[in-house]
Design a protein around this ligand. Structure first.
Ligand code: PEP
Ligand code: MN
Length: 341
């Protein structure tokens, strides 16, 4: 529920309402606007029958959160969530690019990719050590050795690392190495895994399932938030459509909708959405113009020799060109916002 306080409510009145809600086990988010304070509260509402929050001093009105996701919704928290990864702020108004190979293949491949993407302006390094492959005969990733290489690349470049956790049993290992835990599209509704990542203190990049509705995606985020981890970054990576020309269909509409429905940062993965490097540039620029908080892009020093997702990977040179265009778009948008202020 949302508790809207009177515009002249005192600190004491606000505090009393918060305390009362906490006593019955509610999770609270306080939004202190210029005009008034709004309290977002989630919990077992049957416990509030006799509390009569609405009658408490300083309360203007009590509104239900009608959507099935509560903590993830903008009703609960109006201001954008900023997820901190070291000194990087995702959701803080600038666009961060995560880039690197689909899979860590070798020391040389990863270090070259990491240095190149850093030089071009990426702020986070991506790379899978445990890969969810459609075929059991395909390269499955280097496992722990891949994680060690990611840690080495972070050491050399200073870039924090995002890597996928496929199974809860791998979490202790992944937490030793990763700065951001990626939940892959295929695992978006692995509720057990979502509950486990919720117990960690790592930011989570939650990919949208290829057949998940926006509501199902936000419900998956709700699992992580309700489990105690507020640092969720949503990632649109394409959904199944009827057209087979591209690997998936990039749902840019979802970016606008989710930013309206939720306070969580949203990033786009054009590589897996399209599956073909030729269109990654255009759609990355389009995503930047749609106001995403970040992009996650596959870059390989030699895509033709990639063990995984070569056809959708950019060369470092093409990636550097793309970064120039992204900067142009984000600069124009930022300057325009400044003029409006
Ligand atoms: C990936 O990022 O390499 C990946 C497997 O992504 P997705 O889960 O979106 O398919
Ligand atoms: Mn991939």
């Amino acid at each position: 529920m949302i508790i809207v306080m009177n515009h002249d409510a005192t600190e004491q009145e606000i505090d009393n309402v918060v305390k009362r809600l906490e006593e019955v086990g509610f999770k609270i988010h306080l939004s202190r606007g210029v005009e008034r304070t709004v309290i977002g509260a989630v919990g077992d509402e049957s416990k509030l029958n006799d509390v009569a929050i609405a009658a408490m001093s300083g309360v203007e009105k009590v509104l239900p959160i009608t959507r099935p996701y509560k903590i993830a919704s903008r009703d609960f928290k109006q201001e954008d969530t900023v997820v901190k990864v070291g000194n990087i702020e995702i959701g803080g108004g600038s666009l961060h690019v995560m880039a690197g190979p689909c899979a860590v293949e070798s020391r040389e491949q990863l270090l070259t990719a990491a240095e190149e993407v850093k030089k071009a302006g990426a702020s986070i390094l991506r790379g899978g050590a445990f890969k969810p492959r459609t075929s059991p005969y395909s390269f499955q990733g280097l496992g722990e050795e891949g994680l060690k290489l990611l840690a080495e690349a972070r050491e050399v470049t200073g870039l924090p690392v995002v890597t996928e956790v496929m199974d809860a049993s791998l979490l202790p290992l992944l937490c030793e190495y990763a700065d951001i835990l990626q939940i892959g599209a295929r695992n978006m509704q692995n509720f057990f895994l979502l509950r486990e990542v919720a117990k960690t203190d790592k930011p989570v990049l939650l990919k949208r399932g290829p057949a998940a509705t926006i509501e199902e995606w936000l419900m998956a985020a709700e699992y992580i938030l309700a489990g105690g981890n507020p640092n969720v970054i949503l990632c649109e990576r394409g959904i199944k459509g009827f057209d087979t020309y591209t690997r998936n269909t990039l749902d840019l509409t979802a970016v606008a909708v989710v930013k309206h429905l939720s306070h969580l940062p949203v990033v786009v993965d054009p590589s897996h959405a399209i599956g073909n490097w030729r269109f990654v540039h255009t759609m990355s620029v389009a995503a930047a113009a749609a106001g995403v908080d970040g992009l996650i892009i596959e870059v390989h020093p030699n895509p033709e020799k990639a063990l995984c997702d070569g056809p959708q990977s950019l060369t470092p040179k093409k990636f550097a060109r793309l970064m120039e265009d992204i900067k142009i778009v984000t600069d124009v948008m930022r300057n325009n916002r400044k003029k409006e202020e």
